[in-house]
Design a protein around this ligand. Structure first.
Ligand code: DHK
Length: 149
C-alpha cells in the first residue's frame, strides 16, 4: 500500500461550520475530510485535527516516518509556532500550507507565517475547497517525483 498523505488541522478548526461562518463558511471539518477522501480516490490519507501543539508535532514526525505528503492548516499556530516549523523542516516530501481564508487580506497579525518558508506551496483564500485542490496537487507532485526517481 502506498504511503498516506497526512492532512493536519490546527486549533479551533474542530468548530468549522459554526465558527465565524462569514470567514470560514458553513462546511464542517467532517465534510472537509469527506471531500479530501473523494479527491484522494484510492490513495490513503490520514486526516487529523488538534487544539494541542505537541499532538500536531507528533503527527508531523509520524508523517516523516510513514507519509508521502503533508497538507497542513496550522490555524493560529501558523503565526506562533517555531516548534511546528522545525518539525516540518524535517519532512522530505511535498508540503502544502493551507488556509481557508486569504490570510494576507486579513489583519496584520495574520501576515507572518512560520510555515511558509518551509512549505513547497501555500493555498489561501479558496475556502474549504482549498483542501481537495491541495490533495490533487500533492498527488501530482508525488507522481512527478516518482517518475524522476
Ligand atoms: C484558520 C485560523 O484558525 C486562523 O487562525 C488563521 C486559518 C486562518 C484559515 O483561514 O484556515 O489565521
Amino acid at each position: 500500500m502506498s504511503r498516506p498523505i497526512y492532512i493536519l488541522n490546527g486549533p479551533n478548526l474542530n468548530r468549522l461550520g459554526t465558527r465565524e461562518p462569514e470567514i470560514y463558511g458553513r462546511t464542517t471539518l467532517a465534510e472537509v475530510e469527506t471531500m479530501c477522501r473523494e479527491a484522494a480516490g484510492d490513495n490513503p490519507i490520514v486526516f487529523k485535527q488538534s487544539n494541542r501543539e505537541y499532538e500536531i508535532i507528533d503527527w508531523v514526525h509520524e508523517a516523516i516516518d510513514q507519509g508521502s505528503g503533508i497538507i497542513i492548516n496550522p490555524a493560529a499556530f501558523t503565526f506562533t509556532s517555531m516548534a511546528i516549523m522545525d518539525a516540518l523542516k524535517m519532512f522530505p516530501g511535498p508540503l502544502i500550507e493551507l488556509h481557508i481564508s486569504n490570510i494576507h487580506r486579513r489583519e496584520q497579525i495574520y501576515h507572518k507565517s512560520y510555515v511558509s518558508p518551509v512549505a513547497t506551496a501555500v493555498i489561501a483564500g479558496l475556502g474549504t475547497n482549498g483542501y481537495p485542490v491541495a490533495v490533487k496537487a500533492v498527488l501530482d507532485m508525488i507522481a512527478k517525483a516518482s517518475v524522476k526517481a
